[in-house]
Structure formats: C-alpha cells, structure tokens
Design a binder for this molecule. Sequence first.
Ligand code: HEC
Length: 126
Amino acid sequence: MRLDKLLLPFSAAALCFTPLYGAYGGNGETLFVERCAMCHGTDAKGSGPLAGKSNPPTPDLTTPAFRKRLADYPGVIVSSVILRPNGDLIPRTLKENGYRLPPHAWTVKDFRDLNEHLSGMIHKSK
Ligand code: HEC
C-alpha cells in the first residue's frame, strides 16, 4: 500500500475543514467572546455590559479612525493584550464588576486567531 494513497483522504479532509474552523466559531471567536466581549461587545462597537464602567469607556473599534490605526499598526490588537498599555484598567474593571476570568496561558496561535477574528469583524462591519 502506497503511503500517499493512505494519506490522501486525510489531507483532503484537512483542506476542507481547516479554513472553516479558523473563520467561524473557532478559537479566535471563543477567546474574544470569553475574554473581550463583556466590554467590546460581540460586534466590537463597545456594546458589552461593562463598556461604560471604566474611565475611559470601551472604544468603538469599528470607526474609520480605528480602522486606520489598524492599517497603520497591524499589531495593535495583539499588543493591546500583551503590553496592556492602559495599565490595570481592564483587570480592575472586571474585578469591580464581579467578573472572574480564569487565567489563560496565551499561545502564538491564540494571538493569531484572536487577531484574525477581531480584525475580520472590524473590516466587515459598516
Ligand atoms: C474591562 C473591559 C475590557 C476588556 C475585558 C477588554 N478591553 Fe480592550 N479596551 C478597553 C478599554 C477601556 C479600552 C480603551 C483604553 C484606553 O483608551 O486607554 C480598550 C482598548 C482596546 C483596543 C484599542 C487599543 C489601541 O491602542 O487603540 C484594542 C485593540 C482592544 N482593547 C482589544 C481587546 C481585546 C482583544 C480584548 C480581549 C483579549 C480586550 N480588549 C478586553 C476595555 C476592555
């Protein structure tokens, strides 16, 4: 039995399912819904229940201004998670409002998926 005959059905299946998994209901969307949407909203417009609970409030990330920022600094989404430029604003706001987020050991894939999901939403929304 030749190996390529054996592997063909698997690679065909992988080709069919991989893009789907990445685009819809995948890891990026799950991370966003669980860890970001309570402020940013599932539409990224700053419509989550905690959006108005911090100072400054959660910004709308679908504005032309933020779209331009994302085009100028394509790493801005990931760096906002890694560098936390706003200090302890986010953990404090979560805590003050009774949200307990389990710690998460971020992987490079997580960041890539999250970035893809959020930037996809930003580009799609009008
Ligand atoms: C507690 C509410 C809260 C949570 C949770 C939260 N954010 Fe934010 N986010 C904010 C606020 C408030 C700002 C604006 C901060 C500022 O202007 O200093 C912000 C800003 C941002 C920005 C814009 C950064 C920039 O430099 O322009 C991005 C991108 C972002 N958040 C992504 C995320 C992602 C991705 C997650 C989830 C992993 C997340 N946020 C979780 C409240 C939140």
